[in-house]
Design a protein around this ligand. Structure first.
Ligand code: SIN
Length: 312
């Protein structure tokens, strides 16, 4: 069933859901996220989230406290980040502010090494179920975020390739970046919080049962059981397939926008273009505590290093 058919089958009553692309993304209107949500609103928002993978709200009047409160409507929250210092007053918030790595990295080439297509925190055994990002200060242009639907990417593979990858597993870890020098402080933080996990390459969604090509491009380092040459070719193919334009959506932020994405079936790309402007960009992120992924064969992910992500 396509996302569009699913949407038509279950038209919501308490909110308006406006799809933005055939396979991914919908804008939700008719809801004020600064106020408590009714059970009907919460359920219908969650249904839209499961169908469209990333949903957006516009013109929300939030502050950090109400952002945390609205995030809690959808589940228990993680600590803001397991490497970077969380917001001092709101430990659930990770501040996605421009220049947050300034002074920590030197020798940075023409791009910000913290970006790149990724699914949030997949080096952990329990990556978040969802991430919620509130745009407070946004640039007048530039700074867009992109998402890709990894379930659509899986569906578009040939049955033969699906059969080859269905029971494969991959190793996800935080990596170092060529051409980048980190301060000792950052090195120490990464070393103290390093996480490495073997996850299924094809993740089965715990709510919908849909399969996703769960290749978090920045964090997936190798496929278990393949030779180095096979790994190189297979990873290059799967990672480029996962982000083909037809599975993706590009979102233009306005102040007061909120994006909420299903980390179990998407990857996303933070912008690098604003580094070449003087515009500010301040976004705030919360993540919902996740469960342990499992694959087509039912086998769960296996931690190879480090501890699970902690609730706030
Ligand atoms: C993120 O990767 O969670 C942040 C995305 C963004 O800055 O657009």
């Amino acid at each position: 069933m396509s996302a569009t058919e699913a949407h038509v089958e279950s038209a919501p009553k308490s909110i308006t859901v406006s799809p933005l692309a055939v396979d991914i993304g919908a804008e939700i209107s008719g809801v004020d996220l600064s106020q408590p949500l009714s059970e009907e609103q919460r359920t219908e928002i969650w249904d839209a989230f499961n169908t469209w993978k990333v949903i957006f709200f516009r013109d929300q009047k939030l502050d950090k406290a109400s952002f945390v409160a609205m995030s809690r409507h959808f589940g228990e929250l993680n600590r803001g980040h397991n490497i970077h210092t969380p917001d001092p007053d709101h430990p659930e918030i990770y501040q996605v502010v421009r220049g947050r790595q300034k002074g920590r990295l030197t020798g940075v080439p023409a791009f910000d090494p913290w970006t790149g297509w990724h699914t949030d925190l997949t080096p952990a055994i329990n990556p978040p179920t969802a991430s919620i990002l509130w745009g407070d200060v946004v640039p007048p242009y530039g700074g867009d975020t992109q998402w890709t639907n990894l379930a659509a990417a899986y569906d578009a593979l040939s049955p033969t390739m699906q059969g080859i990858i269905d029971d494969l597993r991959g190793v996800h870890t935080y990596m170092t970046y060529a051409g980048v020098t980190m301060t000792q402080d950052l090195r120490d933080r990464i070393a103290a919080n390093q996480k490495t996990t073997e996850h299924p390459i094809v993740r089965v969604h715990p709510e919908t049962g849909r399969r996703a090509l769960w290749v978090s491009p920045k964090f997936l380092q190798e496929i278990v059981g393949l030779s180095p040459t096979e790994n190189e070719a297979m990873l290059a193919m799967l990672k480029s397939h996962a982000v083909r334009p037809e599975f993706t959506l590009r979102f233009k932020w306005t102040s007061g926008s909120v994006a909420m994405w299903d980390n179990r079936s998407t990857a996303h790309l933070a912008p690098i273009d604003i580094q070449r402007t003087d515009y500010d960009r301040q976004l705030y992120r919360t993540t919902l505590v996740g469960d342990i992924p499992y694959g087509v064969d039912g086998q769960k992910s296996k931690s190879l290093e480090g501890t699970p992500l902690l609730a706030a």
